[in-house]
Structures are given as C-alpha cells and as structure tokens.
Design a protein around this ligand. Structure first.
Ligand SMILES: Cc1cc2nc3c(=O)[nH]c(=O)nc-3n(C[C@H](O)[C@H](O)[C@H](O)COP(=O)(O)OP(=O)(O)OC[C@H]3O[C@@H](n4cnc5c(N)ncnc54)[C@H](O)[C@@H]3O)c2cc1C
Length: 404
C-alpha cells in the first residue's frame, strides 16, 4: 500500500483466514482492503501439507460436552462443512488449483487406538456425514501394506496444492472488488473515532471494521493476542516424483492420510506423484530444519521399494497451537475480530473462520455456520513455550515408541 486509503473493512494477513474473509465480504458487497506483510499465502497457508480435513481435534460428543448443545452443534456443523467449503470455493470460482476431494483417512498405528477412532467415526456417521469405517484389509489395500490396524475415512476431505489455493482465493477476492496489498506490514492498529486506523511504513488505512488474520505470525498489533497461542515451526518434505509402479500402490485412490502417532505421520501424493509428508514440529526454526532428516527415515520405512529417497523440496512454517486444541474466535473491541489457532488443521477451518467473520462483520450471522467467541487469554507461561514444546515432543516420541 503506497498511498493513504479507506475501506469498510481492513483485513490484516492474507492467508486462508484473511483471504476467505475478504472473498466472502466482497461477495456480500463490502469494500475490503487486505494488508499482508509478505505476499498472499506467504505464511502457513502457502506452506502446509495440503490436507483438507473436516472437523476439529475433539469429537462431536466432546464438543457438545464442552460448549453445550446449542453452540456445540453450530461448531460441529461449521467444522464438518469446512472441507466442502474449500472444494466448493475452488470449483465455484474456477481456481487454477491441483485438488482432489477423495477423502481423508485417519489410520490407527496401534490396536489401542482403534476404540477412539470407532467413536469418532460413529459420531460423524450419526450426523450422516459421508464417512466409512475401514477394516484392516481395506486399510491395507489403500496403503499397499499392512502397517495400520484399521481406521476410518471422511470422504468430505481431500488434498490441495496450498499455495495455488491461497492465490486462487486472492484472485477470486480481487475479482469481487477486494484490494490486496502485499509487502505492507501493519505497524500499528489504533482507534480512530468509531473506526480504526492501520499504519504501514508507506500509508495509512482507515476502516470501520478490522479483521486480524495473522495466526502463527501474530505480532504485537493487539495486546495479548500473540501470547494466547503457541507458535510451532511445522515441517514438510516433497520427494521427487515416485515411479509409476509405486504411485498406484500408496493412496492410489487420491486419499490423504494422517495416523494416530502422537508425533503425527501425515502424507499424500500430489498431482505429479510426489509424496508430500509432514510430521513433528519445533519451537525454533533451527529445530525444524533438523526434522527433515527424520522424515527421510519415515519415507524409507513407508516406501522401502523406492530405494534412495531424494527430496525435491523441504520447508517449514509456523502454525498456532492453542492449549484447549480449539481455534479461537475473538471480538476484543467493537468492530474488531480475530481468528487463529487451528492446531495444524487450518486449510479447511481457516477458510471457514474467514467466512464466519465475514458473516459477523456483515451482521448476517448464519446459524448453520457459527463459532463460539471467547475472550483473549494470554498464556502465563508463554515465555517458557520453547521448553514446553521441546518437552512435549520428547514425551510424545517416547509414548509412540512404547506403543510400537
Ligand atoms: C508446514 C505446515 C504444514 C501444515 N499442514 C497442514 C495440513 O496438511 N492441513 C491443514 O489443515 N493445516 C495444515 N497446516 C496449518 C495451516 O496451514 C494453517 O492453519 C493455516 O494456513 C492458517 O491460515 P491463516 O490465514 O490463519 O494464517 P497464515 O497463512 O499463517 O497467514 C497469516 C499471515 O499474516 C501475515 N501477517 C502477520 N502479521 C502481519 C502484520 N502485522 N501486517 C501484515 N501482515 C501480517 C503473515 O505474513 C501471514 O501471511 C500446516 C502448517 C504448516 C506451517
């Protein structure tokens, strides 16, 4: 942004949250400007594993127990519909994105994980979601080997090339009239009469309403917001394209998969036959870089017949974790909203939260797709987050090793 400007709604951050909000707001007739420090998709949205996963970490029955039937059911509906929203946007706006809505498999790495997966599958089946239980032989068929004990598939899920999807959202929002300014870090956010004033190095934007969509890259713009989440560097690798004989064997139906290890294994094939794999995280970028090698071991274990494994790409980015494992939606002042903390499940959920915030801004709350608002709660031990992340990871690795 190189001149002063005005908008009905200013959005800080051009990832899935901010771009989905911009698109839905612009479609609703609002004059929107997005300010992004880098370029659209520069943050986690352009760097993730591309697994489009419906639902939240906790199961529908746990959501009801925590939030009560009314708000709980709304959150279940919103999170359950989040993956469909992604694919509908891609199709509806003719985005140039490599995607497959072929299902997300959650696989049990040990027998003792099966009961929890059965409950989860049962919760969604009871809500008539498009899900199916996978017996061990069906899982073996999907994987090409018998490493997993069974699991379930949520056919609403799938995979996307994430940076293309972020760019697709940005283009669709622009077509609807939204202005998107890259290389425009917002340095301060202050009250300006009944509206807001956002200052960048080269211009000032005034707006009636503001959405903060900065997730793991949240800085000090709003007091306490950065301290309310734990940013963790998460890691991805992409192999060189697999040989034709191996491509059809592992997830040949185009599904994406995560398993039940506490230090999660998750992978999919992209449209070029590369295996895209993630897993593990670190409080520090230097720690994240060390995880690339452990992922090489995992790929070797997964595809012994592939021989020496070469990575075409390896990268990392920051996810925002919350201690209750839920995304957080805040309205800390009149005309100001923020959503963050997708705990590694933000492809679908960030897209949905952008829509939820757009509905709130336009004052046309959709009872089908709403989400409980909470106050910003800075973590008292935020200064110790590096130690906490490292210790938790070590503990999880030990539990995984003990369970085999
Ligand atoms: C390696 C990795 C793998 C992942 N894998 C998956 C997966 O397979 N499936 C899944 O569902 N989720 C996954 N995730 C998580 C998912 O990518 C995120 O939850 C989601 O992208 C969050 O989107 P967002 O728009 O909220 O945040 P981001 O995409 O991080 O966007 C925030 C933006 O805010 C900008 N910003 C920050 N401060 C300012 C400022 N002051 N002024 C202007 N701009 C600012 C940043 O530059 C950034 O672009 C993964 C994440 C990573 C990093």
């Amino acid at each position: 942004m190189d001149v002063d400007g005005r908008a009905d709604v200013a959005i800080v951050g051009a990832g899935f949250t901010g771009l989905s909000a911009a698109l839905h707001l612009a479609m609703g007739g609002a004059d929107v400007a997005v300010l992004e420090a880098g370029e659209p998709g520069w943050g986690a949205s352009g760097r993730n594993g591309g697994q489009v996963i419906p639902g939240l970490k906790e199961d529908p029955r746990e959501i009801i127990a925590r939030f009560g039937a009314g708000p709980g059911e709304q959150m279940i509906k919103a999170s359950g519909a989040a993956a469909d929203l992604v694919f509908d946007l891609i199709r509806g706006h003719h985005m140039d994105v490599d995607y497959q809505q072929s299902g997300w498999i959650q696989a049990a790495h040990a027998q003792n994980m099966l009961p929890a997966l059965r409950l989860r599958h049962g919760d969604w089946a009871a809500r008539e979601a498009n899900v199916a239980w996978l017996e061990r032989d069906e899982m073996t068929q999907a994987m090409g080997d018998d490493r997993y004990q069974g699991g379930w598939i949520d056919k609403r899920g799938g995979g996307v090339q994430p940076l293309s999807y972020a760019r697709g959202l940005a283009k669709a929002a622009q077509k609807q009239g939204a202005r998107i300014h890259g290389s425009s870090p917002v340095q301060s956010l202050t009250r300006d009469g009944t509206g807001w004033r956002l200052e960048t190095a080269s211009g000032i934007l005034t707006a009636d309403k503001v959405i903060l969509a900065t997730n793991g890259y949240t800085d000090g713009l709003w007091p306490g917001l950065a301290q309310s989440v734990v940013p963790v560097y998460s890691v991805q690798v992409a192999t060189t394209p697999l040989g034709e004989n191996i491509r059809g064997k592992i997830l040949g139906g185009g599904e994406v998969l995560s398993d039940t290890h506490r230090v999660l294994w998750y992978f999919r094939q992209d449209g070029h036959g590369r295996l895209i794999m993630g897993g593990g995280g670190s409080a520090y970028e230097s720690g994240a870089v060390k995880i690339y090698e452990s992922l090489r071991d995992r790929v070797r274990q997964l595809l012994p017949e592939a021989g020496e494994v070469s990575f075409e790409f390896a990268w990392n980015g920051k996810v925002a974790m919350t201690t209750d494992h839920y995304p957080h939606l805040h309205e800390p002042a009149p005309g100001l909203w923020a959503a963050l903390g997708y705990n590694g499940r933000g492809v679908a959920m960030a897209t949905m939260m952008g829509r939820v915030m757009a509905d709130r801004v336009l004052d046309r709350g959709d009872p089908e797709f709403d989400f409980a608002t909470s106050p910003i709660r800075p973590l008292h031990v935020h200064g110790l987050r590096g130690i906490a992340v490292t210790a938790t990871r070590a503990y999880y690795r030990l539990r995984d090793a003990l369970e085999g």
